[in-house]
Design a protein around this ligand. Structure first.
Ligand code: ACO
Length: 324
């Protein structure tokens, strides 16, 4: 018998305020037409008075509700974010406090930018397969509006706020590609690309968070290659091929990047999940948000085989194949 981790619930949370491209054109010199044609984004959600941990807790509670388990059953919380509430303690600890997990439940944040959810999934899956925990809540949550320079049209049109969460539980499988659960994961980083996407500050440098800066063309170029390669590696490791896949769930950065990855993988457009149009880029939240929303709408079903692929600042990138 082979120990796997299976998904037993997904949840998400989006703040109420919606910022449209027309709203942005009142703030910086841009237009709905420019933003739509270059990025595919029409609108994004912006948190007004909610923090990253508060949004994460709402997504986690929704995921636990779908899983029909109590917060007391949770053995581990991993929160992926680049916009934590405080420098310390971690926002994962705050999520545990809000949702009411039992004392002693380990909780920590990870910082892997837009690849954060795939990193969190990799860690939780390995801890479950090693028998260290049985039930894990993994969350991607971001309040990127706090690290965006709202006077910089190169970046401010791209990002949004939100949270997505999943509950993973240990299950038994045969150890082959017909199993339910996480079939493969892979994660990578390359520090030579550090200066292509970063914030202008940080605790040990400027003592403040700084603002997002990026070399858009370089990010674009690497994104299509890294996202495609991570998906291919994850499928190879899981011993499945593209025809077995029901849904490609790429990080939601830009529709042109998503289309480029779909074309590279020769994945029919109707099998590619797109949420960037109404979420913008929500970094670590983008993949679980997209999955949760599409489960809620009835598009993604139990039993579906998904390939997830993400890329972000660092650069970091990674992929996973999962059967719901
Ligand atoms: N509105 C109007 N004009 C703009 C805007 C805007 N919001 N932003 C930039 N421009 C201008 C530029 O100033 C430039 O003007 P110039 O020619 O007079 O100098 C012109 O538009 C063209 O700019 P380009 O950079 O050539 O535009 P490009 O086609 O490369 O698109 C974009 C820019 C959308 C940022 C693209 O490079 C991209 O998507 N890169 C990937 C970045 C990304 O997704 N980052 C997210 C984080 S990383 C991740 O999640 C993977």
């Amino acid at each position: 018998m082979f120990i796997r981790s299976e998904f037993i619930g997904f949840g998400h949370y989006l703040p109420k305020k919606i910022l449209t491209n027309d709203d942005l054109s009142q703030m910086v010199e841009t237009s709905d037409e420019w933003i739509r044609t270059r990025t595919g984004i029409r609108s994004r959600h912006i948190a007004e008075d909610e923090t990253t941990a508060e949004m994460a807790a709402k997504a986690a509670s929704a995921a636990l509700q779908q899983a029909k388990i109590s917060p007391q059953d949770v053995d581990l919380i991993i929160l992926a974010s680049v916009t934590p509430d405080n420098t310390t303690p971690s926002s994962a600890i705050k999520v545990g406090k809000i949702i009411g997990v039992k004392a002693g439940t380990p909780a920590f944040d990870i910082s892997a930018a837009c690849s954060g959810f795939v990193y969190a999934l990799t860690l939780a899956d390995n801890m479950i397969r090693l028998g260290q925990v049985k039930t894990a809540v993994i969350i991607g949550a971001e309040r990127l509006s706090k690290i965006v320079d709202w006077t910089d049209r190169n970046t401010c049109v791209l990002f949004g706020d939100g949270a997505g969460a999943a509950v993973l539980r240990a299950c038994e499988g045969a150890g082959n590609s017909a199993d339910t659960g996480v079939l493969s994961t892979c994660i990578y980083a390359d520090g030579s690309q550090y200066d292509n996407l970063y914030t202008t500050g940080g605790v040990s440098t400027t003592q403040n968070a700084g603002f997002v800066q990026m070399n858009g063309k370089e990010v674009f170029k690497h994104a299509v290659v890294s996202l495609s390669e991570a998906a291919e590696t994850a499928m190879k490791k899981a011993q499945v091929n593209k025809d077995d896949i029901d849904w490609l769930v790429p990080h939601q950065a830009n529709i042109r990047i998503i289309d480029g990855v779909g074309e590279h993988l020769e994945m029919p457009k109707e099998k590619v999940i797109v949420a960037v149009d109404h979420h913008g880029n929500t970094s670590a939240a983008s993949i679980p948000l997209a999955i949760s929303e599409n489960i809620e709408s009835g598009k993604i079903h139990k039993g579906n085989l998904l390939v997830l692929t993400a890329m972000g600042a660092g650069f970091t990138w990674g992929g996973a194949v999962v059967r719901l």
